[in-house]
Write a protein that binds this ligand. Structure first.
Ligand code: RFL
Ligand code: PHB
Length: 389
């Protein structure tokens, strides 16, 4: 098999890259380890920066999102009983779109089908070869058959546990990581959302987040110790803990019901450098992970794809390799800013097990400053709705 760009991983980053490149007349093959059903069963992100929304529009996959998604012009932060609304619209003239990652991925699969894309599922033994030459290739197994895909460039969009990052020699890779001493227990429930906008709730009992998917589908999270298992959390226990962390003024609004999904995700910040090595470019979770507090994971994947698609299009359409040469550095600079924001928002809102009385005072002062300073709110709004490219 032969293509111009081999894409490892058929999650949102890989599919979006494939769609943008195909729209520009560049051939792609996507290799995905899982089945399509499996990829579409993963419940993940829910909030998109407007830059991500615009990129999906450019890719021609935004019709359903504009019909079924919910633009939000603000969000709430609370600290015990204090509630603060961050007004994106007035502070930075921007907004976000609430539309599930699962739906984005579904829209991308449908668009790829319509474009006649080659997306191979259930592939295994993916190995990237000759990355430092102008004719790299990928070997893999599909339906018991050993196959070889020749290409000009490889995009590693295979998530945190993929093979792409590991194909860069350890002597070249630098990795920076912070593992947080807690996770998020998330549930989906067919109940009306607590509020019209998201609530990031900090309290003496820990953090909670009230998010949503649609008018009758809520997505709620609570901070839990890393040692907890999903089986430890009955629905009743979840609702008690969640309610307890909300400002008392809004507790009465909460509608509870059975959970239809429940999972725990550990929180970490991770970035590896370089994001590019020879003919391999990494995109999305393959190169970096952020804690979900700032809602940046999917948005960073989209941001990388934006830089890489433009660079590859310049390379193939205008024979201009300069943007491709600087892809790693360009993408990484924006990644680091979003990592800083996600880390800061995590520190602002969570209870860490080892917090001293001083740490607690400073965290409370951070919230107080945010509630009193329009400049601090502008900074939060600017970062949350998405920094420029
Ligand atoms: P993905 O989605 O992990 O896709 C990678 C794909 O590669 C495949 N793969 C391989 N394929 C071939 N060969 C191999 N050897 C392979 N190894 C892996 C995998 O099967 C998979 O299909 O990475 P991608 O595309 O970079 O997308 C990143 C996003 O999925 C991720 O950043 C977000 O979900 C993070 N995230 C959030 N991001 C936001 O922007 N806003 C949010 O509100 C938000 N909330 C969240 C989140 C992530 C969460 N969890 C569970 C980690 C909430 C949660 C709870
Ligand atoms: C979600 O709806 O899943 C969600 C929203 C905002 C976040 C994280 C997750 O910061």
């Amino acid at each position: 098999m032969k293509t111009q760009v081999a894409i490892i991983g058929g999650g949102p980053a890989g599919l979006l890259l494939s769609q943008l490149l195909m729209n520009a007349g560049i051939s792609t093959v996507v290799l995905e380890r899982q089945s399509r059903e499996h990829v579409l069963s993963r419940i993940r992100a829910g909030v998109m920066e407007w830059g991500t929304v615009e990129l999906l529009k450019t890719a021609g996959v935004s019709d359903r999102m504009f019909k079924e998604g919910f633009p939000h012009e603000g969000c709430y932060l609370s600290s015990n009983d204090r509630m603060l609304r961050i007004d994106f619209e007035h502070l930075v003239d921007s907004r976000v779109m609430v539309y599930g990652q699962t739906e984005v991925t579904r829209d991308l699969y449908n668009a790829q089908d319509a474009a006649g894309a080659t997306v191979l599922h259930n592939v295994s033994d993916v190995v990237l070869n000759d990355l430092q030459t102008s004719s790299p290739y990928v070997t893999f197994t599909k339906d018991g058959q050993a196959l070889r895909l020749e290409c000009e460039y490889i995009a590693g969009c295979d998530g945190f546990h993929g093979v792409s990052r590991k194909s860069i020699p350890a002597s070249v890779l630098k990795e920076y990581e912070k593992v947080y001493p807690f996770g998020w227990l998330g549930i989906l429930s067919e109940t009306p959302p607590l509020e019209d906008e998201l609530i990031y709730a900090s309290s003496d009992r820990g953090f909670a987040l009230a998010s949503m998917r649609n008018a009758n589908l809520s997505r709620y999270y609570v901070q839990v110790p890393l040692t907890d298992k999903v089986e430890d959390w009955s629905d009743d226990r979840f609702w008690d803990a969640f309610t307890d962390r909300l400002p008392s003024t809004i507790r009465g609004q909460l509608v509870t019901g059975p959970s239809i999904e429940k999972s725990i995700a550990p929180l970490r910040s991770f970035v590896s450098e370089p994001m590019q090595w020879g003919r391999l470019s990494l995109c999305g979770d393959a190169a970096h992970i952020v804690p979900p507090t700032g809602a940046k994971g999917l948005n960073l994947a989209a941001s990388d794809v934006r830089y890489l698609s433009q660079a590859l299009i310049a390379r193939f359409a205008d024979n201009d390799p300069t943007r491709l040469d600087s892809y790693g550095a360009d993408a990484l600079a924006r990644v680091k800013l979003a990592m800083r924001f996600s880390w800061w928002m995590t520190l602002l809102l969570h209870r860490f097990p080892d917090m001293s009385a001083f740490d607690l005072q400073m965290q409370a002062a951070d919230f107080d400053y945010l509630s009193k300073s329009r400049n601090a709110q502008i900074s939060l709004a600017e970062n949350y709705t998405g920094l420029p490219f």
